[in-house]
Ligand binder design. Structure first.
Ligand SMILES: [Zn+2]
Length: 168
């Protein structure tokens, strides 16, 4: 799934109540891609890396630098998520529920990546097992996802506007 959709799903499910929660859940929703592909995309803007063309079909994995592959494992692992969630829980004395957007990102990625392009290493470092799913760039997945998100957010705006009018 595209990174922005990950963020919007995270905010919708875990950050609808308050603006701070919305932004925090959006951050955790995009974080796995931000901290794996982010440095590569940022570096390619400055000419540090050659960015292969991303179209409906992803480029070969070999066209992506090895550090992205390394960063992709911890950022897309449910085990690493659980460890960091626990640490933050212990430090704060209460869970940071907006972090769950990170789990949602991984759960969406598991069936939406093929084994040819960054299958989700959700059990890393215990197991290298991955699922050979579907490519999220496929129009049959991409457009229904965007449509569903647009409908959900439109519903949210309508409901919020009704609340505001009732409060006046
Ligand atoms: Zn991802």
């Amino acid at each position: 799934m595209d990174t922005v959709s990950h963020g919007l799903w995270g905010s919708f499910v875990f950050g609808r109540k308050r603006r701070r929660s919305f932004l925090l859940a959006f951050f955790f929703g995009v974080a796995p891609d931000l901290f794996s592909f982010g440095p590569f995309f940022a570096g390619s803007l400055f000419g540090l890396f050659i960015r292969p063309p991303f179209s409906a079909n992803p480029p070969p994995e070999s066209a992506i630098p090895s550090f992205v592959h390394l960063l992709y494992r911890p950022t897309h692992s449910l085990i690493i998520f659980a460890a960091i969630f626990l640490i933050i829980y212990l430090v704060r004395g209460k869970p940071l529920w907006e972090m769950s957007a990170w789990v949602l990102h991984i759960v969406y990625d598991i069936p939406l990546h093929t084994e040819h392009f960054f299958p989700t290493p959700f059990l890393w470092p215990i197991s290298s097992y991955t699922v050979d799913g579907w490519n999220w760039g496929n129009p049959w997945i991409f457009f229904p996802n965007i449509t569903l998100l647009a409908l959900l957010y439109a519903g949210l705006l309508v409901r919020r506007r009704r609340h505001v009018t009732r409060d006046i």
